[in-house]
Design a protein around this ligand. Sequence first.
Ligand code: TMO
Length: 314
Amino acid sequence: MKSARSMFASAAVLALLAPTAWAEDSTDPIIIPLHNWSSQIVMSHVVGDVLKSKGNAVEYVTTDSQAVYESVRLGDVSLELEVWEGAFGASFDAAVAKGGIHAAGAHNAVTREDWWYPMWTKEACPGLPDWKALNDCAALFATPETGEKGRFLGGPVDWLKHDAEKVDALGLNFAVVNAGSAAAIWAELGAAEKTKTPIVVFNWTPNFAEAVWPGEFVEFPKWEAGCNEDPAVGMFPDKTYDCGNPATGYLKIAAWDGMKDKWPAAYATISKVSLTNAQIAEMAKLVDIDGMEPEDAAKSWMDANPDVWNAWLN
Ligand code: TMO
């Protein structure tokens, strides 16, 4: 049995805690950014729908996927649900160093983003996935647009701005062409498949593409921290970007530091969000293969996975 004294003490502690413990979320909208690849858009709608079901106001903004970290740091955008290490690690770290943004959680996923080819390409260039073999085969990838050089189809410029630096650092006989959209990459892969034309593109995992086109990442010199910034790190002592992207990258969730005070309940929810490779690939598939609109894909995903998102609610 509790003594009167300890009961009094507990009540006093509760009274002290009450203002924070019971603080309500601000009625201001939580601003969720949307980018230009499908899993991020679908996931943002899933989490936005969950927050709306709790009574939060939610607004979406379409933003540049690098500049968003500065926006979150300043509180103009509230969070970011897909911080991919390979593409955004540097921008995220730079914003964290300035202050105002932090990792609020992490997905239970291992990510990779890099040069990638569908398997029929390896038949034409059997030394793959070694990057030196890719370079020896560069002529196989030549197009009128790239002349003698092989063509690498990179993603939209906001994803990764350093393929040209990698080409220079490793002496690759390739020219970088940036796709205008993710859909343009899938369209070119589909077209190349018909004629089994060798092709090397930017791709990533988790993504729907791995289920459609079996393929492999090019094995560049292994990524080491500092390789992109410090010439001394990596294969060539006078080059930056002389390595591949991380092969076992993280996928984090970032939040504005002010979020936990302004929207404590919503913050508690987003810090519980943690999706697997298979769940993220499925989100992309609903749009990129099944042709759904992202909002409908989010609803369909939620219908199929109630246990997953219910676990994010307190
Ligand atoms: C950021 N992305 C998943 C497109 O590599």
